[in-house]
Design a protein around this ligand. Structure first.
Ligand SMILES: [Fe+2]
Length: 307
């Protein structure tokens, strides 16, 4: 039938213990061996050792073996080395240096989570009680892995790898940056941007609503204010609320809510977005380090050394 979601990522970092502790603070649930689960997606992150920070593996869930056969032949047509096993397809994108594994996985069955009642002019949806967002005191728990953003030394090929090869669809494009690609009903699951070195820009994790974005980031900053990168804001492309934080290795992690949802391809018109509008609709301006992380030069040096 189809691809339907991201499954799991393997992140390589120099200091596994420090990075693993960060993602536990972020609200992911440790499952042993520096692996972490989300509330609705099961185990979705594994942190392993690598000389430089990078995304090592990205899992994509498909419905049935026909999907795997289709992906294997499409990737082979791109002259990519493809490994077809009984349970999946594995291929390496040389631009982003990520190994993508497509395997059969169950679809998400997320418990319906109604939006909290918001009072608006003329509509008092909440009367005689305080807002749920101020009453919550439990730690924020991300519901699922939403998307990853990768730096690639060959953005054009990496994008073909994900679209023509694996079967991702283009939701929107920002010229000079990249295209937002989906393998599910989420507006985007992967974005690959041109970079002088292959690296992991950020991972993004779904939370219930904008209060959870704010509560999650606030709790992270109470422990260490230097984790702040960019937020709170609302993206234009994808529409989601966002707040980005930095892990000890330098990877950004994003809390997001209210992302655009594309169920019927015919009812979505991809657009081309220019300039800053492509990045955000409101919020503080992005810091320069969001566009070009401060450790890029260091990563480039590391990329030319063995390991
Ligand atoms: Fe994002």
């Amino acid at each position: 039938m189809a691809l339907h979601r991201l499954t799991q990522i393997v992140m390589g970092v120099p200091d596994v213990a420090a990075t693993a502790a960060y993602y536990e603070d972020f609200g992911l649930t440790p499952t042993g061996g520096h692996a972490f689960a989300t509330a609705d997606g099961g185990e979705q992150l594994r942190v392993v050792h690598s000389e430089r920070r990078r995304l090592l593996r990205l899992g994509v869930g498909a419905d049935d073996p026909d999907d795997l056969d289709r992906v294997a032949s499409s990737l082979a047509a791109l002259d990519v080395a493809v490994e077809r096993t009984a349970t999946g397809v594995r291929a390496f994108d040389p631009g982003s240096e990520v190994t993508v594994e497509i395997g059969i996985a169950p679809r998400y069955e997320q418990p319906p989570t109604p939006a909290p009642p918001y009072n608006t002019p003329g509509v008092n949806a909440r009367v005689g009680e305080r807002a749920p967002g101020i009453l919550r005191d439990h730690p924020v728990r991300p519901r699922k892995l939403g998307h990853v953003v990768l730096g690639s030394t060959d953005q054009a090929f990496s994008q073909r790898f994900f679209t023509d090869g694996i079967g991702f669809k283009v939701s929107d494009t920002v010229p000079g940056l990249a295209a937002f690609l989906r393998c599910s009903t989420d507006h985007h699951n992967v974005l690959v941007q041109q970079a002088p070195v292959a690296f992991l820009h950020h991972t993004s994790w779904q939370v219930d609503d904008v209060d959870e974005v704010g509560r999650g980031a606030t709790a992270m900053l109470e422990k260490d204010p230097s984790r702040h990168v960019w937020g709170l804001g609302r993206h234009h492309v994808g529409s989601n609320f966002f707040w980005y934080l930095r892990d000890p290795a330098g990877n950004f992690s994003e809390y997001y809510s209210d992302l655009d949802c594309i169920v019927d391809d015919a009812l979505w018109t991809p657009q081309v977005w220019e300039g800053a509008r492509g990045l955000f609709r409101w919020g503080p301006p992005p810091p320069p380090s969001f566009l070009a992380p401060e450790d890029l030069a260091e990563l480039m040096t590391g990329a030319h050394q063995p390991g």
